[in-house]
Design a protein around this ligand. Structure first.
Ligand SMILES: [Zn+2]
Length: 347
């Protein structure tokens, strides 16, 4: 770099990101987090994740299912004419004066429609990972009982999708909460649940590691940032996790989350163009490490669906392989990749 350029704005911003108010986002805030340093170093030292058909990189499409139902209110009847209608109005009036408060009606909301994702995945023969809450009505952020969304669970299974646990607020600090949420989901699906992602991407270092271990999970995919897309601890490849508390590697492995819907638009408040530039840069960085791009798109995040479909269309034209998180985890373990990474960092 020419020394004088230190005094220009040019190199301050390698790729210009603008928020929705046309304000320049200063990339130094985000710079380190946008470098997959560890995965790159592993590759440079010859430890490479081999993708199926020698593809350049992998893609995981994942959906956290926070909401299916919305609270709708029962509409007040209107005067349309006729005696019958009058008596209905009268009855409604009496009820509202003397009856107990009407309980709101729960309805499946069109904006949260999960079938548009399942249908696309089925049509394109791509398997995605779905993380379902497994809560009781008294739990924080309860939205649905698993047994009332059996049609959804069945449709995911029929599209060869993965069903995994989206752990509620208590799971990362309480083993009993983790175990009951996991067993509820397992009994409803009638199969073992291997994967975990916490709601809000919550994590309590020194506790969550051993809770996941005791609950017998094969992998976690909560290591991502809501504030911005990028690479937690510099990884875009699955990796073992060292439990500093116990002084050993955890039996489960981490599949880092790279890009979440709301991080682009709600946290960074990017405009569409800059969100796309950032997405392309993430793809290139993952590609340079033969890594895996894990995308989280909530079924309830309907604001920027055009961006979601554009991402998928673009990725389908790339030399990449799509699979579920669990699919990549099995490949990472069975190929000996995880053991090689452990050996690299020291056993
Ligand atoms: Zn969630």
């Amino acid at each position: 770099m020419n020394k004088k350029e230190t005094l220009s704005f040019k190199n301050e911003n390698p790729f210009c990101l603008y928020d929705s108010n046309s304000r320049l986002i200063h990339p130094r805030l985000y710079e380190t987090f946008l470098q997959p340093i560890e995965s790159k170093q592993l590759k440079d030292d010859g430890i490479v994740f081999q993708h199926m058909n020698n593809a350049e990189f992998g893609v995981i499409i994942s959906h956290d299912v926070d909401h299916i139902y919305a609270q709708g209110s029962i509409e007040n009847p209107r005067y349309k004419g006729g005696l019958k209608n009058l008596s209905q109005l009268f009855l409604h009036d009496i009820k509202s004066r003397f009856g107990s408060k009407q309980s709101p009606q729960r309805i499946r909301k069109n904006e949260f429609d999960i079938y548009r994702f399942i249908d696309w995945e089925l049509k394109n023969n791509i398997s995605a990972s779905y993380y379902f809450l497994s809560l009781m009505e008294s739990d924080e952020d309860f939205n649905y009982y698993l047994d009332e969304i059996q049609d959804v669970l069945l449709a995911v299974a029929q599209s060869n999708g993965e069903i995994a646990l989206h752990g509620g607020h208590q799971t990362t600090i309480r083993l009993d909460a983790m175990l009951s949420e996991k067993s509820r989901l397992e009994s409803l699906c009638n199969k073992k649940i291997n994967g975990f992602r916490s709601h809000y991407l919550k994590w309590t270092p020194g506790q969550t590691e051993s809770i996941l271990e005791s609950a017998n999970f094969e992998y976690d995919t909560s290591w991502g940032s809501a504030q911005q897309p990028g690479f937690v601890k510099g990884f875009c490849t699955p990796h073992p996790v060292w439990d500093a508390q116990r002084g050993c590697y955890c039996s489960w492995i981490e599949v880092p989350l790279i890009a979440m819907d709301c991080s682009f638009f709600d946290y960074m408040k990017l405009n569409q163009h800059s969100a796309w530039e950032l997405f392309l840069s993430l793809v290139n960085k993952v590609k340079s490490c033969n890594g895996i791009l894990t995308i989280l798109w909530h079924n309830s995040y309907h604001k920027h669906l055009n961006f979601y479909w554009k991402m998928l269309e673009f990725l389908q034209q790339q030399d990449c392989t799509f699979d579920t998180s669990h699919g990549f985890v099995q490949q990472a373990k069975n190929s000996g990749y995880i053991d090689r990474v452990k050996h690299y960092y020291g056993t």
